[in-house]
Design a protein around this ligand. Structure first.
Ligand code: UD1
Length: 426
């Protein structure tokens, strides 16, 4: 099995190109199911999760052509054509690897009027149920049956617009409701919708496909159903979690990095914290720049929240930074239970963290020490890489298939800015 080996202590300098957003790309790919005409996505990141979604869509009869980009700074082009859907069944084997594959349920029901999809697996970060998705489809007239780990949703006469009031904010359930509503009869109002930039990206792509949607980026989205969607081309937005991760890399390792193609306005909550911790963050014509001129970062308290709050997907990375900060930080995880699995691994490197329910108290230490650690989930694993960049000596991170799910050519990007990092197989 491959591992990542890092020799810490090198300040970073140079440029890192930011890839297309995983969490946007996966849903954009699922949206291709809504039309018989081709959807062309550009700036698609090269990730295991993208390949898994392509495999799942191909099993429904979607014809997929990928043109690999020869330019390191530009993503691939993917043409998806769901001319005829030959199967609307997503097996446990397909869905367990990646929770986002559950997002095929809504477009399949909307277009084919029936689908059977396994309940999801994905990162082991808490229970992560899907009742909000199912309630939304039910409100739109679908009949939902749960048996033997599968959801069967049927709407023989098609879906109908409805008012859907979410009891709390869910990114995935908002996307389910929005995709289903594009082909429903009448108007759908989604109340307490998620406001994440990836929702706006998906909504804009659906609009380019002929959907009628208002209120993207606000907590109330209105969709007027149409009979059909059509062909479109859409560029995947830059990955704000990848952007944030490399910004934190600069802060933890020191030095200066420009993140080419980044959209700094999508991570304003992180940038405010980085500035507080002593970094200089500037918007540049090509993206954003982060500089940490050798100073030790200062501690900061962090609470995760739905957008525009601080993203849970950057919590582990910020904990790595706070682990070497001057002072004590209190980190509250409010989105997912059980999302502190990186803590015992960071502790192996000398981090001083105490957990009490959803709260971690991090007492910054002057230096972390390299160690052998194990990735437990996607975002947790990259926090160990960041800690390794700052640590004295050598760190090896095992189970890096978690990293390959969500970070496009991570070692290459980091070694181009001077990190001593390599993939080693044993
Ligand atoms: C998406 C992102 C993930 C990110 C998360 C929160 C993708 C592929 N993944 O996940 O990286 O961490 O948003 O920003 O885009 N919940 C329920 N019932 C439901 C749905 C959700 O209880 O039916 C709970 C979840 O367990 C969680 C919270 O709601 O505690 C938020 O989850 P949600 O926003 O739905 O996250 P995902 O869409 O799964």
């Amino acid at each position: 099995m491959d591992r990542i080996r890092i020799r810490g202590g090198k300040p970073l300098s140079g440029e890192i190109p930011i890839s297309g957003a995983k969490n946007a790309a996966l849903k954009l790919m699922a949206a291709a199911l809504l039309t018989a005409e081709p959807l062309t996505l550009t700036n698609v990141p090269r990730l295991a999760d993208v390949r898994a979604m392509a495999e799942l869509l191909a099993s429904f009869g979607v014809n997929i052509q990928v043109t690999l980009s020869g330019n390191f700074g530009e993503g691939d082009t993917m043409r998806l054509e769901a001319q005829k859907i030959t199967s609307a069944f997503a097996s446990y084997d397909m869905v367990r690897k990646m929770r986002a594959s559950f997002q095929v349920l809504a477009p399949l029901v909307a277009r084919e009027r029936a689908a059977k999809v396994s309940l999801p697996g994905g990162c082991a970060i808490g229970a992560r149920p899907v009742e909000l998705h199912l309630n939304a489809l039910e409100a739109m007239g679908a009949k939902i049956e749960l048996a033997e780990g599968y959801v069967t949703a049927t709407a023989p006469d098609g879906l109908t617009g409805a008012e859907i009031v979410f009891p709390f904010v869910s990114v995935g359930a908002t996307e389910t409701a929005m995709m289903a509503a594009t082909l429903a009869k009448g108007t759908t109002k989604i109340v307490n919708a998620a406001r994440e930039p990836e929702i706006i990206d998906l909504g804009n792509c659906l609009i380019a496909m002929g959907a009628e949607i208002w209120g993207l980026g606000s907590s109330e989205i209105t969709v007027q159903g149409v009979d059909k969607l059509h062909s479109a081309a859409h560029r995947v937005m830059p990955d704000r979690i990848e952007t944030g991760t490399y910004a934190i890399a600069a802060a933890i390792a020191g030095g200066a990095i420009e993140l080419i193609g980044a959209a700094p306005d999508t991570i304003a909550s992180l940038n405010a914290l980085l500035v507080k911790s002593g970094a200089v963050v500037t918007t540049t014509p090509r993206g954003m720049k982060i500089e940490m001129n050798g100073a030790r970062p200062k501690s900061s308290d962090i609470t995760t929240a739905p957008y525009p709050g601080f993203p849970t997907d950057l919590q582990a990375q910020m904990m790595a930074l706070m682990a070497v900060a001057d002072g004590t930080s209190v980190i509250k995880e409010k989105i997912f239970e059980n999302r502190f699995m990186h803590v015992p691994e960071l502790a192996r490197m000398g981090a001083q963290v105490r957990i009490d329910g959803d709260t971690a108290t991090v007492r910054g230490v002057e230096k972390l020490k390299g160690a052998q650690v194990m990735a437990t989930d996607l975002r947790a694993s990259v926090s160990l890489v960041l800690a390794g960049l700052a640590a004295e000596g050598e760190t090896t991170v095992g189970r890096i298939y978690h990293l390959d799910r969500g970070f496009d050519r991570l070692e290459e990007k980091l070694s181009r800015v001077g990190a001593d990092i390599a993939r080693v197989s044993e």
